[in-house]
Design a protein around this ligand. Structure first.
Ligand code: G3P
Ligand code: MG
Length: 486
């Protein structure tokens, strides 16, 4: 499996912790958290540190009135360490435990042979086609929840080879969604979009967070339907995964306003949580039980070094870290009215509660678009996918991000040097001719994903490029620069 070095990302390797010279040569995740900051496990580990794009200090202050119970605490130090200044991501994007067997569609052997003959006759166009790629947002671009956006099917079909060259133009899916395994979500998307989606071209908000499994063993994992995030965290390698409902099954009174059914209880894994020490809190998806999740998160943030039923004398000094998988405030759904609240709103609630109780801003890490770490990881996935499709492990030069949310998809793509296309099928509701005033898409605004894909392909491959494969093509009669469609 190809691996890459810190230099590939333009970052310096983290400092080695002198305490690593113990008998085993390694530190436990807990020992790695010290007043000097969080140490990178080792120079040769499977993670790499990407400097944070955004401040690690919470946004709560600007969204709240002065709710603090103890204003006199304002002199307290804002943070005990610097865990929030960088976001670990995996060194290699292709971890076998995440992979599914889905591969891009292969229409037929005879068509592949014909396509390769056409491609041999059009080398220049082929090189241009391999030098472009797409990164698609999902919610509001390809689908609304489980409902496909019809134009998305045609766009993916064209990129999967239904074009004049019969060539696969690479694309990845880059979503702030999550809450189930990559394998499960790809199976679901393949079905509704009628196109095979591989886990190797797929990034959910929490996918890069698998790197955190090198740092933390015992984690509280929140969000999503049922217990699916437990499966996600375990697939990432976290050794001791606790779901909020496990804690409810142990002591339901811990959350007075809980949602906890007999079915929930049947699947729970209660343990004696009074004896457990948590290393970190991970929010992977939207909470389905705000009351319980907020209560347990607050309990752990205020606890003495992650011990659930305790209260620290100094919650800042002994606080365990908290990570959110993404920061979107709203997202498009099948609701007919305005977009609905999502994980960012939940996070601001946590931040405000923490500030109100302790008087200090919560230090936290937020993954997902528009965070640079997510785009850096996307580059690596795209390179690997290029190798899968075209046997070339390199990044195409012309990358088009197609998104519906100016505050995550577009600003992130703009900052990362990608071409950005904003569509009107999701969060952005601008009228014909309007762009987002604060985060304008640099390539343009389109009615839907198909229009965006057509415009990008025609910009790169020419206005005459045919967005349809012609099964009657005769490669002997169609050379360079001549359309394959009769
Ligand atoms: O919760 C927000 C999330 O669903 C957004 O997903 O695909 O629009 O990044 P996406
Ligand atoms: Mg979206």
């Amino acid at each position: 499996m190809p691996r890459f070095d810190d230099a590939d990302f333009g970052v310096e390797a983290g400092p080695r912790d002198p305490r690593q010279n113990d008998a085993q040569g390694t530190l436990s995740p807990r020992d790695q958290r010290g007043s000097a900051g969080l140490a990178i496990p080792s120079d040769s580990g499977n993670t790499i540190e990407i400097p944070a794009t955004r401040s690690s200090i919470s946004d709560a202050a600007q969204f709240m009135h002065n709710l603090s119970l103890s204003p006199s605490m304002k002199d307290r130090r804002g943070s005990r360490n610097s865990f929030g200044t960088s976001l670990p991501i995996p060194r290699s994007p292709r971890l076998s435990r995440l992979s599914s067997v889905q591969r891009p569609g292969a229409p037929s052997v005879s068509r592949d042979i014909l396509a390769s003959q056409v491609q041999d006759m059009s080398k220049e166009k082929v090189e241009t086609a391999k030098n472009m790629a797409f990164a698609f947002d999902i919610d509001g671009v390809l689908a609304h929840g489980n409902e496909p956006i019809e134009e998305a099917k045609a766009a993916l079909k064209m990129l999967n080879g239904d074009n004049e060259l019969g060539i696969k133009i690479p694309y990845i899916l880059l979503t702030n969604g999550g809450g189930k395994t990559e394998v499960a979500r790809c199976e679901q998307l393949s079905e509704i979009l009628e196109a095979p989606i591989s886990t190797e071209q797929f990034i959910q908000s929490h996918t890069p967070m698998q790197a955190l499994a090198e740092y933390y063993e015992t984690v509280l994992v929140c969000g999503g339907e049922g217990y699916k995030v437990r499966e996600v965290a375990e697939s990432y390698g976290f050794k001791n995964v606790v779901h909020p409902k496990d804690v409810l099954a142990w002591d339901p009174t811990i959350s007075p306003w809980r949602c906890f059914t007999p079915e929930d209880r049947a699947e729970a894994k209660p343990r004696d949580f009074s004896k457990m020490q948590f290393d970190a809190i991970l929010v992977f998806a939207d909470s389905r039980d705000y009351a319980t999740d907020m209560q347990l998160i607050m309990d752990l943030l205020l606890a003495d070094d992650g011990k659930l039923l305790t209260r620290s004398k100094d919650p800042v000094a002994n606080r365990i870290p908290i990570y959110f998988s993404q920061g979107d405030l709203v997202f498009p759904t099948d609701h007919k009215g305005p977009p609905r609240l999502t994980q960012g709103a939940f996070r601001i609630g946590i931040e405000a509660q923490y500030k109100a109780i302790t008087g200090v801003d919560l230090e936290r890490v937020v993954y997902g678009k528009p965070e640079r770490a997510t785009y850096t990881y996307a580059d690596e996935v795209l390179k690997s996918w290029m190798e899968e499709l075209h046997n070339e492990n390199r990044l195409p030069q012309n990358i088009y991000m197609v998104g519906d949310n100016p505050q995550s998809d577009i600003i992130g793509g703009n900052m990362y040097g990608w071409n950005t296309c904003l569509v009107r099928t999701g969060v952005f509701q601008g009228k014909e001719g309007e762009n987002d005033p604060n985060n304008p898409a640099n390539f343009g605004v389109f009615d839907n994903v198909l229009e965006a894909v057509k415009a990008a392909v025609r910009k790169e491959l020419g206005q005459e490029f045919k967005l349809k494969w012609n099964p009657k093509v005769n490669p002997v009669l169609h050379g360079e620069g001549v359309s394959a469609v009769e």
